[in-house]
Design a protein around this ligand. Structure first.
Ligand code: SF4
Length: 344
């Protein structure tokens, strides 16, 4: 696990961090030495690729120097991502790193994945004789993408508290865990001014691209929906989804059922989710189809204000005068339309 090729492929591993520390490579050197120019260029490329392609991308690596530059480009990319100071961008970058790792992991032996998962403190058991892999159910619930139908506990075999998973599942769990870890780490860091200085033009360029992207999202029409008439609760959930913030299941449910009640098609609802930095088409389609009744026997109704409050998705600080008169987000929206009608 400690060879340079592996470290460059999985730069998030503790062995990769150790390599950088043990070789006494300082931020100062990364930023100014000519010999690290390639690592700096690749660091920026990781960010661009993550934003444009949802994958930080592959490089053809042959020599030890190639591997070292690839490895060092990871901390450089992270430092720049922090200085871009945009949650949407950070989420998209984290996903780009996680998806890249997932694709590589599919081609590794299972024992390698089991070693990695230990770094994330997840309890996984693997029997190399039978090739059986299982994960402790608490860790499964914590780290698996359980909003997918096939990941629901009910669709899994469990024995003595351990859930059977495949090699592909394990790689997917690592992807999810890595994405969350990078998100947390980036959120907890502040921008180093020396990074801003060295990468000022790239930071500005990416900030402009992200701002333009945001503007396109904000102004894009969603069917016949008038975003200006949305109640504060739905408006907040919508912006959180589109910014890549963590929206609880109930929030997503409220949003989809609300839009479905306003006769938006599933395609239109999907388009709205597709602007999220961590959009996953298959997962979203499953949720949308389920809530709107396309793949289930029930078409769910959006929750009323009381239920929204119970689930903590109605912010008391943000409710307005109209909210105080209404008991349901849908009646709020309808009332906003009525307010606009010219009085005869
Ligand atoms: S009071 Fe009702 S309509 Fe207003 S924000 Fe809360 S849940 Fe939404």
């Amino acid at each position: 696990m400690n060879d340079l090729s592996t470290l460059s492929k999985y730069p998030f591993l503790s062995a990769s961090k150790k390599y950088v520390t043990e070789n006494n490579l300082s931020v100062e050197e990364f930023l100014n030495d000519l010999i690290y120019e390639r690592a700096r260029t690749r660091g920026v490329e990781r960010l661009d690729n993550a934003f444009n392609n949802r994958d930080v991308g592959n490089k053809s690596l042959v020599t030890d120097t190639d591997f070292i530059m690839e490895l060092l480009s990871y901390p450089i990319a992270r430092m720049i991502a922090v200085c871009i100071e945009d949650i949407y961008f950070k989420r998209r970058y984290a996903l780009g790193e996680a998806i890249h790792a997932y694709k590589n992991l599919l081609n590794e032996p299972t024992s390698f994945l089991v070693d990695i998962i230990k770094e994330f403190n997840l309890n996984v058991e693997y029997d190399p004789n039978t090739y059986k892999i299982s994960i402790y159910f608490v860790d499964y619930l914590r780290s698996a993408p359980t909003s997918y139908k096939e990941w629901k506990m009910i669709n899994r075999d469990m024995e003595k508290g351990y859930i059977r998973i495949s090699h592909k599942d394990l790689a997917r769990i690592i992807q999810e865990t890595l994405r969350n870890r990078i998100n947390e780490e980036l959120d907890g860091k502040i921008c180093d001014k020396s990074i801003c200085k060295v990468f000022s033009s790239d930071i500005l360029r990416i900030q402009n691209i992200v701002a333009m992207h945001r503007k396109n999202i904000r102004t894009a029409p969603i069917g016949k929906l008038d975003k200006n008439k949305l109640p504060p609760c739905i408006r907040n959930i919508l912006s959180a989804v589109q910014a890549g913030e963590n929206v609880p299941h109930m929030g997503r449910f409220a949003l989809v059922s609300f839009l479905h009640s306003l006769k938006l098609s599933n395609k239109e609802i999907m388009e709205l989710f597709s602007t999220a930095p961590d959009f996953e088409e298959e997962k979203t389609r499953y949720q949308v189809d389920h809530i709107t009744g396309s793949t289930s026997s029930t078409s769910y109704k959006p929750p009323g204000c009381e239920k929204m409050r119970t689930y903590g998705i109605c912010s008391v600080e943000e409710i307005d005068e109209l909210c105080r008169k209404k008991k349901h987000p849908l009646s709020y929206y309808t009332a906003k339309w009525s307010q606009e009608k010219p009085s005869s």
